[in-house]
Design a protein around this ligand. Structure first.
Ligand SMILES: [Zn+2]
Length: 298
């Protein structure tokens, strides 16, 4: 097995890095991972992780809620009670930024299919890719969706999609270059690329430091902030059109971070710091726990 490390910054091509933070995989393995930062642009990268073929074992958890439907535990039940609201919010955002109602959408890393199923219900022509066979099976059983394995992304028809969405997916993808080039190919000239990722410049990231749940090592390989995301998009021929907040992420991530800290007042503190993060993001979306970036083709 070979480890995955990057000697060159995927955002700015610099070769100079410094140590940033040592984080624990609180979710699955309990192992320590180092995050390094690019000296030039500040982009952050989890070091020495398993490669694409071998990282699967770090996703083996009953609690991995992106891929499951469990409602056990307080944090999970809060998550599930807001999921429906968030699905509606994502749909409305897609329709607002594209200006269309029933176009062709590609959702990359579509997971168990809740979002695409919602889009289908509202008349969209849907295509989804997903690495996990279990998640694809779930989407098929639950919603009758035929999501594609990830490698099929590279076989999709050129200029096919009005919009491509990645909801908390880009930070998990090893091969950024070939994915971004594929998005450029399959997106129509006036199409939109929507990428939601955690923001390491958020209030909650700075408050929780190594306990910040959205570092989520080693599953999160890349750690973006707005300036780096803008530059990264430009590198692949995309122009940043707008940024949007994900208010519930401030609360969810703060509560999960309190859990990782083994805080005695996890709920109280999680809501408190979630609220501070959320209030700051109202003033400035670039400070939200997670940011939704809308790109258009250059
Ligand atoms: Zn850099």
């Amino acid at each position: 097995m070979s480890k995955f490390n990057v000697p060159i910054c995927p955002v700015c091509d610099s070769e100079k890095f410094s140590d940033f933070l040592s984080c624990t995989d609180f979710f699955v393995s309990g192992e320590e991972f180092q995050i390094k930062q690019c000296d030039s642009c500040g982009f952050k990268i989890t070091e020495n992780i398993e490669d694409e073929d071998n990282i699967g074992s770090y996703y083996q958890s009953e609690e991995y809620i992106s891929h499951s439907n469990t409602s056990k535990g307080l944090v999970n039940s809060v998550y599930h009670s807001v999921r429906n609201y968030m699905l509606g919010r994502k749909r409305r955002l897609v329709e607002k930024v594209t200006g269309i109602r029933n176009g062709h959408i590609l959702d990359v890393g579509t997971g168990t299919g809740f979002f695409l199923n919602k889009m289908k219900e509202f008349g969209w022509h849907i295509t989804g890719t997903e690495k996990s066979e279990n998640a694809r099976d779930f989407a098929k059983k639950e919603f009758g969706l035929d999501n594609l394995p990830t490698e099929d992304l590279f076989k999709l028809e050129v200029n096919r999609f009005d919009v491509i969405t990645l909801w908390h997916v880009l930070e998990h993808i090893h091969d950024l270059k070939s994915n971004l080039e594929a998005f450029q190919r399959v997106l129509r000239k006036d199409g939109k690329l929507i990428i939601a990722v955690p923001n390491h410049e958020s209030y909650d990231a700075r408050h929780y430091k190594q306990f910040w749940a959205a570092y989520d090592v080693p599953r999160h390989i890349w750690h973006f902030a707005p300036k780096q995301m803008k530059q990264f998009g430009e590198k692949y021929g995309f122009k940043l059109a707008s940024m949007h907040t994900m208010p519930f992420d401030s609360f969810y991530v703060s509560m999960l971070s309190e859990k990782y800290k083994k805080s005695k007042m996890a709920l109280f503190n999680g809501i408190l710091h979630g609220k501070i993060s959320w209030l700051k993001s109202i003033v400035n979306p670039a400070k939200c726990s997670s940011v939704i970036y809308v790109f258009e083709k250059n």
